[in-house]
Write a protein that binds this ligand. Structure first.
Ligand SMILES: NC(=O)c1ccc[n+]([C@@H]2O[C@H](COP(=O)([O-])OP(=O)(O)OC[C@H]3O[C@@H](n4cnc5c(N)ncnc54)[C@H](OP(=O)(O)O)[C@@H]3O)[C@@H](O)[C@H]2O)c1
Length: 353
């Protein structure tokens, strides 16, 4: 038996045992029976990372994807992004997620790997690109313009998934923004449509039955979705993308981080006090160190298909893929993380966008 087959089996066994033990809703993922659409021309890696069927779609996604926010906000250099993405594609990456508003992220991705488009599934988002200023526009016309702009920047005629970028519950209920995505799908600009966001809006997006996928925050410091949306998303056959899947690695900071985006998770971690995230234990870089435990915890939540870890470091994707190859956490460890969350989480520890 190959190493990957053995790991896959044990990962599933652990995940199933953990699911039962945690009394979560049954893992009722309705897997599509259609043939798997692997991107053409992909180079198989020596020890391929586990792949999961993305909900009811025809995509089979490598468990570790790439999150495109960091390269945009950290203003990574084009040559660094090219090295990072080409190296990861050569090693088994097949999902790249970005958004219209991560500054130059889409342009960097288009320039770096636009010529390898058939080798990966490309996901983007819309809602925050507003011509002439403003922070968001959820009208049909603005969303369709945003999608056109994304296609140009990404150097492609169609993406695999366009997601509404964390619009409010009120906007979702109005419905115009969903109609815009449905129109884009009909026009062949995107093959699938999704919602990216958290809490009540994410729950509505799952319930309404009009989206192929959900992207939501899932990590050690953000577990609301584990009961609120994941079981229903799995039951409905939606693909699930775990965003912020390594909790922004906030254990790295001795004191409160100056980056406000990381602050809430850092504060939560001070109260959660997982033993592996403090003292000497937090320095471990293997699969039982904080990064490995964080990603393995996220990956084993029922319904999760792909973790889109953000990074600006060319070597990171391979390192993280290696950590994920260790498979699911031990049942007792996963239970302890869930129990600690349930004991400590406050009512306002909701999903962070
Ligand atoms: N509303 C939305 O739709 C929404 C919101 C947030 C995020 N997202 C998506 O989700 C993606 C991921 O979110 P994110 O980047 O905020 O969070 P994340 O993936 O949880 O954290 C990324 C951070 O973790 C660090 N890191 C990665 N691997 C590490 C390791 N092995 N050891 C130590 N540190 C490690 C990275 O630093 P290095 O640079 O040092 O690797 C980076 O600073 C985004 O890129 C974006 O695509 C979507």
């Amino acid at each position: 038996m190959s190493r990957s087959a053995s790991t896959r089996r044990s990962f599933l066994r652990h995940a199933a045992a953990t699911t039962a033990a945690l009394s979560l809703a049954p893992l009722a993922r309705l897997r599509a029976q259609a043939a798997v659409a692997a991107p053409q021309g992909a180079t198989p890696a020596a020890a391929p990372l586990e792949r999961r069927r993305f909900g009811r779609t025809d995509m089979e996604v490598a468990l570790l994807g790439f999150g495109g926010a960091e390269i945009g906000y950290e203003q990574a250099a084009p040559d660094v992004v090219a090295k990072l993405l080409n190296g990861a594609l050569d090693s088994g990456l097949n999902v790249i997620d970005t958004a219209e508003c991560y500054l130059e992220s889409e342009t960097l991705i288009g320039a770096a790997v636009g010529q390898r488009r058939k080798e990966f599934f490309l996901f983007t988002k819309c809602g925050h690109f507003v011509e002439g200023g403003g922070s968001a526009d959820w009208s049909k016309a603005a969303l369709l313009r945003s999608i056109e702009r994304s296609l140009k920047r990404l150097k492609t005629e169609t993406v695999d998934l366009v997601q509404l970028h964390s619009c409010s519950l009120e906007e979702l209920k109005k419905g115009e923004c969903i109609e815009a995505l449905e129109a884009a799908k009909q026009q062949g600009k995107t093959r699938y449509i999704g919602y990216s966001g958290d809490s009540a809006a994410a729950r509505y997006a799952v319930e309404c039955g009009r989206f192929d996928s959900l992207q939501t925050s899932i990590n050690l410091c953000d577990q609301e979705c584990i009961e609120l949306t994941l079981p229903l998303a799995a039951e409905k056959g939606m693909g699930v993308i775990a965003k912020r899947p390594i909790a922004n690695a906030v254990w790295r900071h001795d004191a409160a981080p100056s980056n406000g985006y990381h602050l809430e998770y850092w504060k939560r971690l001070q109260e959660l006090r997982y033993d592996f995230a403090f003292g000497e234990a937090r320095k471990r870089e293997d699969a039982d160190g904080p990064a490995g435990i964080a990603m393995r915890f996220t990956a084993m939540q029922p319904g999760v298909d792909v973790l889109i870890v953000g990074t600006t470091k060319p070597e990171r994707w391979k390192q993280n893929a290696e950590l994920l190859r260790a498979g699911a956490l031990r049942k007792e460890q996963a239970e302890a993380i869930r129990a600690r969350w349930k004991a400590v989480a406050k009512a306002d520890w909701t999903g962070q966008t």
